[in-house]
Design a protein around this ligand. Structure first.
Ligand code: NAI
Ligand code: MG
Length: 334
């Protein structure tokens, strides 16, 4: 069997706890990974100031994937880990797609429903454009621009159209084109032009504020959504909340042309409030592991893990009890 070389960053708080279960489940599914562990995150920064050295990024470029728990610890100034580790990884490895699937369980007369948010992952308000004038004075000014390149919007949109083609042929652009008339216009034009290459895909548009209402009241209207970095960040936390909780939401940070590794992580953070207590739900991390296997060409094992996760979403128990329950569904004849 082919072995896949994977960097494992447990990170902080509940990160290592959920990643341990993710690796256990991958093992139970019979897939062998060659893992390299990296101690990075808030705790490491507080220890010796290390965030994400370029030498580590160079090592990662040679690997197939990165499997990350969560990073961030109390006592670390805002931005150090977010910009220095998570965003640096996304930007330097060109992980330009953040692919986040959501599953709503059937509930009374409501049938179950699945949808995917494709979030542009390298630009927008997160690009770091901006600065201060007269900082710390009463006349202080801060600007934070949104950087939107035609290439960046278009490649995210094209990925979403390709994804929609393999699903229900339905794609919704989410933005705020009525107010953000520059970036929104670029996104809308790129969307309309790429749409011409995919005549079989029906298209729709929601303003981001309306999308928040529909996520709660009528998520069935969506199959694939494409949106920018900031709207996608906020919308996918809401997606997690309406589809069984943040403990279930998985994500992939993809470099689709595979010029380097892609990164797989749960949507949630390091949850310092429950760290070390065995209370973290590992399903999001396990499901992210399944997305990683699928990307690595292990589609059959990925599908079995995803199915086992579905069967365990209502389980209560400790982190390791839930990991054991998912693993036990994978044993037996394959
Ligand atoms: P969070 O996602 O860590 O926690 C929010 C709430 O959800 C908490 O009440 C937590 O207990 C709960 N929760 C999260 N994951 C859970 C799980 N698997 N099972 C059960 N409950 C769960 O977000 P928060 O509190 O805003 O951030 C905490 C730290 O994590 C911060 O340092 C933040 O910067 C970092 N963070 C890191 C991310 C990453 O590594 N990609 C993403 C989001 C936050
Ligand atoms: Mg977020």
């Amino acid at each position: 069997m082919a072995s896949h070389r994977v960097a494992v960053v447990g990170g902080d708080g509940i990160g290592p706890e959920v990643i341990e279960q993710g690796l256990r489940v991958i093992d139970a599914a019979g897939v062998s990974l060659e893992t390299v562990a990296y101690q990075l995150g808030g705790a490491r920064y507080l220890e010796d100031g290390t965030v994400l050295p370029d030498s580590v990024l160079e090592e990662w470029r040679e690997l197939d994937a990165i499997y990350l728990g969560a990073v961030g610890a109390p006592g670390v100034p805002p931005g150090v880990i977010e910009r220095g580790l998570l965003l640096k990884m996304r930007f330097d490895l060109d992980l330009y797609i953040n692919h986040r699937p959501f599953k709503l369980a059937a509930n009374g007369s409501n049938p179950g429903h699945e949808f995917v948010v494709v979030r542009e992952n390298t630009e927008g308000a997160y690009a770091g454009e901006g600065g201060f004038l007269k900082k710390g004075t009463p006349d202080e000014i801060a600007t934070q621009g949104s950087v939107n390149t035609r290439k960046g919007a278009e490649r995210a949109i094209r990925y979403a159209f390709e994804l929609a083609t393999g699903r229900k042929n339905h794609l919704t652009l989410v933005h705020k084109t009525n107010v953000l008339t520059f970036s929104g216009d670029l996104w809308q034009r790129a969307f309309n032009e790429v749409a011409e290459e995919f005549p079989s895909v029906d298209t729709a548009y929601s303003h981001v504020d309306a999308a928040c209402i529909y996520f709660v009241q009528d998520p069935q209207r969506y199959d694939v959504i494409v949106t920018d970095n900031l709207f996608g960040d906020i919308l996918t936390d809401l997606g997690g909340a309406v589809s069984g909780g943040i403990g279930l939401a998985a994500s992939a940070n993809l470099n689709p042309p595979r010029t380097g590794p892609s990164m797989f992580e749960p949507v949630h953070g390091s949850a310092p409030d429950i760290a070390g207590q065995g209370k973290a739900n590992p399903i999001a991390a396990i499901a992210s592991g399944a997305m990683m296997l699928e990307f690595l060409g292990e589609a059959e094992a990925a599908a079995r893990i995803a199915e086992a996760c579905d069967a365990c979403v209502d389980l209560t128990g400790s982190t390791s009890e839930i990991g054991a329950a998912v693993s036990s569904k994978l044993q037996g004849p394959q």
